[in-house]
Design a binder for this molecule. Sequence first.
Ligand code: KG4
Ligand code: ZN
Length: 356
Amino acid sequence: MMSVKGAEREIDRTKDGEEDIYILAIESSCDETAAAVVENGRIVLSNIISSQIALHTLYGGVVPEIASRKHIEKINQVIESALKEAQMELEQMTAIAVTYGPGLVGALLVGVAEAKAIAYGAKKPLVGVHHIEGHIAANYIEHPDLEPPFVCLVVSGGHTHLVIVKDYGEFQVIGRTRDDAAGEAFDKVARAVGLGYPGGPKVDKTAREGDPKAIQFPRGKVEGSPYDFTFSGLKSCVLNHINHARMMGEEICIPDLVASFQAAVVDPLVSRAVMAAKEYGYTKLAMAGGVASNSSLRAEMAAACAREGITLYHPSPIYCTDNAAMIGVAGYHEYKKGVQSGWELNAIPHLKLGER
Ligand code: KG4
Ligand code: ZN
């Protein structure tokens, strides 16, 4: 179990007339069991993550049944640690926020059932949060100046979305992947070249020693949908390249291969996000999700934004991957808007962004 906070911030507990809002947040949509306490939507008082990665690595990917079982084993401890580290009691919480979709149904159910039990027992409001809204909200933690509207590129293991964040909790999805998510493509290619799971960070590291121009892989385009993405053709090209080399008995330079693959993922992500900011007239662009920690994506996006006069925001790596602090931030904004979930709240594995 890890306690993780990004850049430490001074906690200002001075009162300005408004009552402070404390959210206890729970996240269990995939392979991390996480809980956090967030003050006033920006200050992370605790952020506890129990990662299952080592367990799933044995199988080369997340095994849903194992994920649910592990969540149920860990969730009470994780919540207890989050309150303890925040030096707060459950009674002091204003509301309980929980991810209720999208994600693995069995995994989500553990968090949802737990949050409902806690909220019911402690007579606290319950706020169901969309996982992607959480990823986007992670940007508010370390950037106190960031406020909507802005464009956000959400790139995770399950999602690749180009979103206009019109206001807190108000989204317009203008582009999405038609097939694989960016993170999924990283994981599949990593597996094909034997780098293991989770592939993203391993490809990122190995690619630093390779030449991104060594192999010209295609940059996927969706005809008639300028903001959509497609990565399955690229993935097939990489796999064909590997098979061809193996059949011919040629040696594959893995760093060159993964650097070239990474460039073919990063290029369309950068060009479409920047094009969206320009065409829709926004000067702020944010990134979110696990793939937003990719060093090449960060460098290329920073360079493109500097050229276009766009301010770029992204969370520290620890707030890019799944965590509960981001759910606490999103939960805060939903709560402020008056959103509360009923006791019938259920897990919704394919919940769409902007829907409740
Ligand atoms: O946001 P996240 O933790 O979980 C989901 O909601 O999916 O994202 C996990 C994904 C995985 O596919 C992982 O390989 C990828 O993010 N990832 C990266 C990097 N770090 C994590 N992909 C590329 N480069 C990285 N440095
Ligand atoms: Zn996620």
